[in-house]
Design a binder for this molecule. Sequence first.
Ligand code: HEM
Length: 485
Amino acid sequence: MIFTVFLLVQVVLLYFLATHRSRSERDPPLDKGAIPWLGHAIEFGKDAAKFLNRMKQKHGDIFTVRVVGRYVTVLLDPHAYDCVIKDSDSLDFQRYADVLMERIFMLRLPHHQPTHTKALMKRHFLGMNLAALNGTMSRHLEALLKAEMPPNQKYWKQTELFDFSYGVLFKAGYLTLFGGEQNNNSADPASVYDEYRKFDNLLTKVARRSLKPEERRTVQSARHRLWELLAPAGQTEESGSNAWIYAYRRLLQREGADEEMQKRALLLQLWATQGNVGPAAFWLLGFLLTNPEALSAVRSEFKQISQMETTDASLLHSRGNTPVFDSALEETLRLTAAPFITREVVQEKTIQMANGQEYQLRKGDRVCLFPFTSPQMDPEIYTEPQKFQFDRFLNKDGSAKRDFYKGGRRLKYYTMPWGAGTNGCVGKQFAINTIRQFVYLVLDMDLELCDINAHMPEINTSRYGFGMLQPKGDLLVRMKARKTH
Ligand code: HEM
């Protein structure tokens, strides 16, 4: 009995020593939360934007919170973001990404060289290859939309805008990158989409380890099914898949990944390449439909393009030809792109804030930027930040506006939907071209809200931190293809 009590005291003491932390002068304000070990995990997971705003009010632009036994320093001063984004010696993106890869995708790649994957991605998603990708994507989009809305159909089709946008863009993106032109061997895109949505709906709970038993079963079954469906992609050069997926497979093989790990890595890529475009297009179409002035401005810009003599596609894929659309998309992403940019602190590091004050980051902690709170929703930078203003990123002369200020100084990062620095999104240009093409094709149909007084659905607050936000509910629209142009 005495021995048991002794052991218990030892355990409690060890726990206290391991988790006790006090604030030194150079540390950011420390807020451990009331619950031992868990700290602020519950509030953070429920609505990270609300929680971080509350912490910002209490502590300012930098603070350290305890979340599930880890200490996370949150930095919300965009003038200081370069300290984190540009430093890959003391702040490691990959170590943090590996944790998520293992938890969500059950993926372990011990000999993985992130720089090689990155170089491969750049080769395939930028430059000359981008033009080919745009062309393939356009053809798949047109075919899928034609199948959904046959030309000369007399009746309106009623549909939920989120599901419609996500579905069409996911299937077109899957065919472009995983199925390819011929779509030989590849799985039916509708089945891949259905399984993916089951997985995606529970993704945030997987990351937070908060699945209920029946949800765990759903995730496991969707994940297995997706691994099977993706198994043929990129197996041989003739499989009809895009050259990128073939080259990616070869890279994984050279790094020693077996068949099983290759399938899992393909699911990770499916998520990275398809998870954000559909939701982004939904928010944009939704904002346009609920803001008639914006809708008519974008429609008339597209009309001018379709009246020009060159093909619509080449004009749509060149930068600078659609400033109104580009501004409306930038504004949409400002309001609905909410990734965390997280790094693991591998060496102690000093951060300097805009006001000159310095703080130290401790080795072993994590540092997290949340650009959604600042700069994107910062009232000092954007007046009425909650409001959609399609021309917010346009100058009076119609050119793109890039001058935004905080504390009297021009901001380098005034909105960050694509992340930034070496780990920024490689698919940015492809994604923008895809969304532009999709919105162009959809607005070329008759499209209206079922209820003209409908509002945008609320945000699913559990998705803050995971890239593009998703709605709680949907927006009912009706559409039909136009008879004549
Ligand atoms: C609206 C659409 C998209 C948004 C908002 C978006 C946003 C992002 C963000 C925020 C990151 C992480 C940056 C960081 O942690 O610092 C990222 C990474 C990435 N994105 Fe995108 N993305 C989109 C579409 C795409 C598409 C279409 C592709 C490819 C076809 C793509 C490929 C990637 C890849 C490969 C990475 C990982 C980069 C790395 O590991 O360093 N993304 N994206």
